[in-house]
Design a protein around this ligand. Structure first.
Ligand code: GAR
Length: 202
């Protein structure tokens, strides 16, 4: 079986990266993580990658005059490593349309809400403020519109009366770690078919 080569973009703790690394340790997993790129030098996810023997790159967005040049550098790092799929895993930068179009259909994002509800930042807080009783997370294909794109996987969690942003985020994160490896496996194995906005998994 040929495993798809995956580059993961992170900005922080990298617990979703860890879930992907752990899943890819299984011999029959259809993808391997070959490169981890962080826009922050202090991202703990870089240590997780190094521990797993995965190549890392720090591409500090502050060193670039604009989003286009930052994205071009990221794109060439991914291509140099012969990546075939990109996973955004807690990557907190908005990508340019040119970058997204170059990877469209081959780039996944994990988002800590049940899309299309609550896009953007601090979405667990948005969910609490809206008073919803069910929250969750979504893995979707990335399209030029923010937190949009065909949905591959979602998982729901209850919002409890005693929740604050941190307890709700932790409950959602547990589900993120479950669905992200499933979604990547489906994409890498070529099991996703698009019908309009719907991603169907065989
Ligand atoms: C996760 O909850 C992820 O869904 C979220 O950041 C966290 C990263 O955690 N991503 C976004 O909000 C993207 N807009 P991690 O670094 O431990 O994987």
């Amino acid at each position: 079986m040929s495993r798809k080569r995956v580059g993961v973009l992170i900005s922080g703790g990298g617990s979703n990266l860890q879930a992907l690394i752990d899943a890819a340790a299984a011999p029959d997993y259809p993808a391997e993580i070959v490169l981890v790129i962080s826009n922050r030098a202090d991202a703990f996810g870089l240590e997780r990658a190094a521990k797993a023997g995965i190549a890392t790159r720090i591409i500090d967005h502050k060193r670039f005059p604009d989003r286009e040049s930052f994205d071009r550098e990221t794109d060439s790092a991914l291509r140099d490593a012969a990546c075939e799929i990109v996973c955004l895993a807690g990557f907190m930068r908005i990508l340019t349309p040119a970058f997204v179009e170059a990877w469209q259909g081959r780039m996944l994002n994990i988002h800590p809400s049940l899309l299309p509800s609550f896009k953007g930042l601090h979405v667990q807080r948005q969910a609490l403020e809206a008073g919803v009783k069910i929250a969750g997370c979504t893995v979707h294909l990335v399209t030029p519109d923010l937190d949009d794109g065909p949905i591959l996987e979602q998982a729901a969690v209850p919002v409890l009366d005693g929740d604050d942003e941190s307890s709700l985020s932790a409950r959602i994160l547990e589900q993120e770690h479950r669905i992200y490896p499933r979604a990547l496996a489906a994409l890498a194995a070529g099991r996703i078919r698009l019908e309009g906005r719907r991603a169907l998994t065989s």
